[in-house]
Design a protein around this ligand. Structure first.
Ligand SMILES: NC(=O)c1ccc[n+]([C@@H]2O[C@H](COP(=O)([O-])OP(=O)(O)OC[C@H]3O[C@@H](n4cnc5c(N)ncnc54)[C@H](OP(=O)(O)O)[C@@H]3O)[C@@H](O)[C@H]2O)c1
Length: 174
């Protein structure tokens, strides 16, 4: 059981462009069953945590259906904006939230969905065991960074998925 930051990034390290758009990823996504694909990954996930901006993007783009079966926490200072049934909210130090995520995952992985802002808080607290990044075949020039904190990693695996390069790392001190 691990806490995993699993995401996609442009080659220049952005998860969304300067207009907060994921259009670059929607046009050309990874194969769910290919190397590091979403289908295998999500099958091992027992609990999910995401930031308020990521939650907002999801409900704006998939308004009729909440896409996750797993217990989910949205980290936000505005809990009233989170209306999906069964989704928990939390504000404050992510280190205090982490034990609840691990309990809820019940032996499976905790997925830190992002964005980079939230993932950086988990990484800075030493709570992310593994990171998966699928690098898309494009640059964005500007946007929100994949992981805006200093950190060191040990490369575990790399592979191709469609036109993406997938890489998986473990925390360097783990
Ligand atoms: N490329 C990908 O695969 C991928 C994956 C995930 C997300 N994304 C995208 O990345 C963008 C998000 O980027 P981001 O890094 O700026 O946002 P984010 O991490 O999703 O959300 C940041 C927001 O979450 C709230 N928050 C964060 N930490 C908190 C804490 N400890 N306590 C209370 N509230 C906290 C704050 O919002 P409030 O104060 O307003 O509550 C903060 O502005 C989204 O547009 C999303 O769609 C892309």
């Amino acid at each position: 059981m691990s806490t995993v930051y699993y995401t996609a990034s442009s080659l220049d390290g952005f998860v969304v462009d300067e207009h907060d758009s994921l259009e670059w990823l929607m046009r050309n996504d990874v194969d769910g069953t290919g190397f590091g694909g979403y289908d295998d990954f999500i099958a091992g996930v027992g609990a999910i945590v995401m930031g308020a901006s990521t939650h907002r993007w999801l409900v704006e783009h998939e308004p009729d259906v909440w896409p996750y079966e797993q217990p989910t926490w949205v980290v936000t200072n505005h809990p009233d904006a989170v209306t999906a049934p069964g989704v928990h909210t939390y504000a404050g130090d992510v280190a205090s939230l982490h034990p609840q995520l691990v309990d809820a995952a019940d032996g499976r992985d905790v997925w830190v969905v992002g964005g980079g802002d939230l993932a950086a808080q988990f990484v800075a607290a030493g709570l992310v065991d593994e990171m998966w990044v699928h690098y898309a075949p494009c640059t964005l020039g500007a946007g929100r960074p994949v992981l805006p904190t200093a950190s060191r990693w040990r490369l575990l695996d790399t592979g191709r998925n469609r036109d993406f390069v997938g890489a998986r790392w473990a925390r360097a001190d783990a």
